[in-house]
Design a binder for this molecule. Structure first.
Ligand SMILES: Cc1ncc(COP(=O)(O)O)c(C=O)c1O
Length: 367
């Protein structure tokens, strides 16, 4: 073929999503598949969202409001920020992409942990920028190491808290000490996709910090605790000037009518958010207890997923679990012996524990 892509694009991998429940049903002939691979909300979304969506059906032929004004107002009210501090995207993936578009060029660098959400590096590379990967320390962000990696070329530092896939957090004290030393020309993108699940008192309130640090932008999503992954809606909260720059590269209609209507209903139903947070804490506690009983080491988990060390390659454990109808995530570059498991419903968590216990027993018998 004569058509050539840009050199940068030619080298990029295509994002590999985990197996879907349908894939496993088809390939393994299993009816009852439990998917704990994508950190989705096992309870779905608020009923209020469903009502809001019904009202939108009659407006399918109309473009959405590109500026998401009503959604902006609803989120601003809930978070107690100004509307001009918010930017919405088709998932926080889109906000990450827009940050890279707005702030990174071919001579720039961004800094991220070496085992974290891959889209930071991926989108930075598309802009031609280099991403310096700083090794995690015991699964946690090494903020000293990240500070040391900052150069004149650094434009963005990515911090993921809770970190996907390790589940660890950066505490308020650590974040403040870090922000105090980050040069003001560097934007710190704090990805808080799982913040609503965190129960640890040392976790920062990033919105308070944004007032003091105009170079801090927090990223959030409706895909996790709000249970709206399919609608693609995420947002950034930051200083109005940072938000304006991101807005300049936004596609005209990057969030749909459905997503906007759902987002308003979801953010206003805080009772449902609290309910999901509580159920998640119970499920996480159960998984932690069971892992201890099975003598499996775990990372300190703070979101709706847990990283578990297994006595074999994570990919091997993944295959064995899939053959029992349980889908998890494995194949982490720096954690080859680990799996990442989403906290599911009580029944899903039970099914996972039963399956892994059986695999571990079979493995002992084989020895
Ligand atoms: C840390 C983190 N950030 C961002 C995202 C992207 O979420 P979405 O684009 O669905 O908002 C995910 C999805 O799993 C994630 O784990």
């Amino acid at each position: 073929m004569r058509i050539r892509t840009k050199d940068i694009v030619a080298k990029l991998p295509v994002y590999q999503p985990g197996l879907s429940a349908e894939d496993v049903k088809r390939e393994y002939g299993i009816d009852n598949v439990v998917k704990l691979a994508s950190n989705e909300n096992p309870y779905g979304c608020s009923v209020q969202v469903k009502q809001a969506l019904e009202e939108e059906i009659s407006k399918l032929s109309l473009y959405p409001d590109g500026a998401s004004l009503k959604l902006k107002q609803a989120v601003a009210e809930q978070l107690q920020v100004s509307s001009n501090q918010l930017i919405f995207g088709a998932g926080s993936d889109d906000v990450i992409l827009m940050i890279c578009r707005a702030f990174l060029t071919a001579n720039d660098e961004s800094i991220a942990a070496d085992q974290t959400f891959p889209q930071y590096k991926h989108n930075a590379e598309i802009e031609g920028a280099r991403t310096i990967e700083v090794p995690l320390k015991e699964g946690k962000h090494d903020l000293e190491g990240m500070l040391a990696a900052i150069t004149e070329r650094t434009k963005v530092v990515w911090i993921c808290s809770p970190n996907n896939p390790t589940g660890t957090i950066v505490t308020k004290d650590q974040l403040i000490a870090f922000m105090d030393r980050v040069p003001s020309h560097v934007l710190v993108a704090l990805d808080e996709a799982y913040c609503e699940y965190v129960t640890d008192a040392s976790y920062p309130n990033s919105i308070e910090l944004i007032t003091n640090y105009p170079n801090l932008v927090a990223l959030r999503t409706f895909s996790k605790i709000h249970g709206l992954a399919s609608l693609r809606l995420g947002y950034g909260i930051g200083h109005p000037e940072v938000i304006r720059s991101i807005n300049q590269v936004r596609e005209p209609f990057n969030t749909s009518r459905f997503a906007q209507a759902a987002g308003i209903a979801a953010i206003q139903d805080q009772e449902y958010v609290t309910h999901c947070k509580q159920r998640n804490a119970e499920g996480l506690g159960y998984l932690q207890e069971q892992c201890e009983r099975l003598e499996l080491r775990t990372m300190p988990a703070h979101g709706n997923f847990i990283m578990i060390e297994v006595p074999m390659l994570g990919k091997v454990m993944f295959e064995q679990l899939v053959s029992k109808g349980i889908i998890v995530r494995a194949g982490f570059r720096h954690y080859p012996n680990a799996i990442r498991v989403t906290v599911g419903s009580r029944e899903q968590n039970n099914a996972f524990i039963q399956a892994i216990e059986q695999i571990l027993l079979e493995c002992k018998v084989d020895l």
